[in-house]
Design a protein around this ligand. Sequence first.
Ligand code: C2E
Ligand code: MG
Ligand code: MG
Ligand code: MG
Length: 291
Amino acid sequence: ADIAMYEAKKNGKGNYRFFQPHFRDAVLQKLNSEIDIRRAIEHDEFEMHYQPRVDISTMQASSLEALVRWNHPDRGLVSPLEFIPLAEATGLILPLGELIIQKVCRQISEWSTHGNLLLPVSINVSPRQFNESDILFLFRSNLERHGLNPKLVQIEITESVMMQESSRSLDMLPALRDMGIKLCLDDFGTGYSSLSQLQKIQFDVLKIDRSFTSEVEKPEGRALIASMVTMAQALGLKVVAEGVETSGQLQILRELGCDEAQGYYFSKPVPAAKLPGIAADLRRQDRTATG
Ligand code: C2E
Ligand code: MG
Ligand code: MG
Ligand code: MG
C-alpha cells in the first residue's frame, strides 16, 4: 500500500493510471525492490564507505563522510541513489538508518581502539528518521555502547528536513547538538528558503552542493560561492565545498577562503580498510600542491 501511495503521489490524482499495465509493472517492481531491501537488511548486505573532507589550508583530512552502499549478491555494489529514495518512501529508512548509525559507531570504536585513524565521521540522516524514530535515543545509546566521545559524530541533513513546519527535527536538532554532535547542512543551495532556514537552527557546518562547485571556475559560479562563504563565515559556520574534482576548482576555493573541500580530486568514498592509504595519498598531494 505504501508503494501504491508513492506511485499515486508521483502521478498526481489520475487514479485511472492505476489500471495501466506499465503502472502495475512499476508497482510490482517497486514491491520486489522493497522485499529485496528488507532481505538485504536481514542478510547484512549494506556496508559503509568513507570519503574524507579535507582542510584546504593544511591539506589534511579533517573528517570523513559515511556513505552507504548495497553489496548486492547479483548486482555488486549498488548506489544509494538507487535505494535510499525507495527506502524513504516505504519507511525502510527507519531500520536501515538505525543499522547505519550502529555500523558507523562500531567502526569509529574500532578505529579508536586500534588508534590509527581517528577522525570525526558524519552520518546522513533522512527526514523520516527525525519524525518517526527516537533519534536522540539512537545516537545516545550507540555512543554509550562504545564509550565514544560525541565529538566524533556529526549529522548531515538537507534543507528538506526543516521544510515541514511541524517537524520534530526542529526540536531534535538542538538536542543532538547539546549532546556534542555537530550539525552539517548538506546540499546547501539546492533547497528553497535556504536563508530563513539557516536562522531556525544553529548549524556547525555548511556543505555547498556539488552543482555550485562544478561552476566555480566561471565568473558567476565563483561569485555565488564567494557569497556563500561570506555568509557562512558571518554566521560562524565552517564551509565545505562538495564534489571538488580538479586542482583548478580547489585553487579558487582556497582563494575564496573556503575552509574545507570534499570530492573525487582527493578520493572517492572507499571501504574503511582502504582509508590509511588515503591519508598517505593526501600527504603526497600536499607536497605536489605546495612544492
Ligand atoms: P550526499 O550526502 O550529498 O553525498 C555526496 C555524494 O556525492 C555521494 O554520492 C558521493 O559519493 C558523491 N561525490 C563525492 N565527491 C564527488 C565528486 O567529486 N564528483 C561526483 N560526481 N560525486 C561526488 P553517493 O555515495 O552516491 O550518495 C548519494 C546520496 O545518497 C547522498 O548525497 C545522500 O543524500 C544519500 N546517502 C548516501 N548514504 C546515505 C546514508 O547512509 N543515509 C542516508 N539517509 N542517505 C544516504
Ligand atoms: Mg551528505
Ligand atoms: Mg551533499
Ligand atoms: Mg545529496
